[in-house]
Every structure is written in structure tokens, then in C-alpha cells.
Write a protein that binds this ligand. Structure first.
Ligand SMILES: *Cc1c(COP(=O)(O)O)cnc(C)c1O
Length: 229
């Protein structure tokens, strides 16, 4: 094992989230951050352990890995309340498989009209309920009519390796701006649009700027081996 204590690391992350919440301006105090435990490359055992310690939202970004974990017998039996977030790039040929997985809570990475439309068609064909989605930054679905996609907000990964001592990540600031624009143009209440930004090394800054959904992997589960294809 890598010596990580999941119970302790979850506790520590929650404490840091609480602290970051206090540093927010009054007008975004109402946002209740949601911790998504990014379990990519990590074992089913570690997911079960995090679940036993109260974690419910989990993120995966490789389609095949999400498919295998979401349909894993142990997880299905022991984690009835698990909520999966797909946070990777979704290709058309995997769309149908992903969107019909048990306990899939949201697809965070809608990055083209094409993929939105394919997902929508699959959901209608299966007579499924609507699926929650975030639109990944720099894309727009304005004139797409996707009755079975529930737009919940905007997601960004942000520049990799940004030095947080330089102040807020410009990609986070830009996502906040995009939220303002989207709310104005689509006439949506500001509080109805969520932001998904912030990872292990910058989730506190993201929360301070109004992130709802923080995706934390290595700080919970420990160092990740690079995935070899
Ligand atoms: C891997 C990953 C994360 C988690 O990254 P950590 O630095 O381990 O916290 C968050 N979001 C996405 C999209 C990822 O691929």
C-alpha cells in the first residue's frame, strides 16, 4: 500500500474546504461545495473504503475504467448511494455505454454539440430520464435543443501546473466570467448554475472563487502512477 489513510485524508480535505468557505465573499456563501473523490487508476477496495467513510461522489476520466467500476459487483452491492461523475473526454463511440451506467450522476465534460446531441438521442431511445451535464469551458450549446440533458453548470480543468502563489488561476476567473455570461444570455438565476473547478493543488482557491464541485484525487487516494496505454 502507499501508506495513505483515506479516512484521515478525507477528514483533512473536509477541514480545508470548511476553511476555504469562510474566506468567500458574502454573495457566494450560500454555495455548498461538493467533494468529488477522483478515483481514476485506484482500486475498487480504495473506493469501498472511501465510501465507508462517508464519501458519495466519485470521479473517473477513463471511459473503460468507469464502465468497469460502475458495474463492479462489490460496488453495486456495497455502495447503493454512490454517484459517479464522468470527468474525461467522451468520444462518440463510448457515449451510449457511459450515459446508461448505473448510478451515473453527471457528465462534466460536454465539449461539443455533437456529443451533446448523441447523448440526447441515446437517452430518448432508452426512454431514460434526463442526464445532468456540465459544459466544459470554451464550448457553447446555446442553440442546441437537447431535451434530455439537464444543464447544471460549467467545468474547467485549468492550466496544468499553474503556480497558485501568483494568485487565482486565470482559468478559474474566466470560468466565473463565463457563468455570468451564460446566466445573462440564457436568463438563468445565478444560483442555479454550478462551477466545477479545483483539484488537489488548488481546490481552496477554486472554492474561494465560487466553485461548487471540486475534483480531488491524489490528496485523498495518494500518488497516481501514470496510466500507460
Ligand atoms: C485526475 C483529475 C482530477 C484530480 O486531480 P488531482 O490532482 O489528483 O486532485 C481532477 N479533474 C480531472 C478532470 C482529472 O482528470
Amino acid at each position: 500500500m502507499n501508506g495513505i489513510n483515506i479516512k484521515e485524508s478525507l477528514k483533512e480535505i473536509h477541514a480545508r474546504i470548511e476553511q476555504a468557505k469562510k474566506n468567500r465573499p458574502d454573495d457566494i456563501q450560500y454555495i455548498e461545495p461538493r467533494l468529488v473523490a477522483v478515483s481514476k487508476t485506484k482500486s475498487v477496495e480504495l473506493i469501498l473504503e472511501a465510501y465507508e467513510n462517508g464519501q458519495r461522489h466519485f470521479g473517473e476520466n477513463y471511459p473503460q475504467e468507469l464502465i468497469s467500476k460502475a458495474t463492479n459487483k462489490q460496488i453495486l452491492e456495497n455502495c447503493p448511494e454512490i454517484k459517479w461523475h464522468f470527468i474525461g473526454h467522451l468520444q462518440s463511440n463510448k457515449a451510449a455505454k457511459i450515459v446508461t451506467l448505473p448510478n451515473l450522476y453527471i457528465i462534466e465534460t460536454i465539449d461539443s454539440k455533437k456529443i451533446a446531441s448523441i447523448l440526447n438521442t441515446v437517452l430518448i431511445k432508452n426512454a431514460s430520464a434526463s442526464m445532468n451535464v456540465y459544459v466544459q469551458m470554451n464550448t457553447s450549446l446555446e442553440d442546441e435543443d437537447c431535451s434530455h440533458l439537464k444543464f447544471c453548470g460549467l467545468m474547467t480543468i485549468g492550466k496544468y501546473g499553474y503556480d497558485t502563489s501568483l494568485g487565482p488561476n486565470p482559468d478559474f476567473l474566466s470560468l466565473v466570467k463565463s457563468k455570468e455570461t451564460v446566466c445573462q444570455e440564457l436568463k438563468l438565476p445565478y444560483s442555479s448554475v454550478e462551477l466545477s473547478m479545483g483539484m488537489s493543488n488548488d481546490f481552496e482557491q477554486a472554492i474561494e472563487l465560487g466553485s461548487k464541485n471540486v475534483r480531488v484525487g491524489s490528496s485523498i487516494f495518494g500518488f497516481r502512477e501514470r496510466k500507460t496505454k
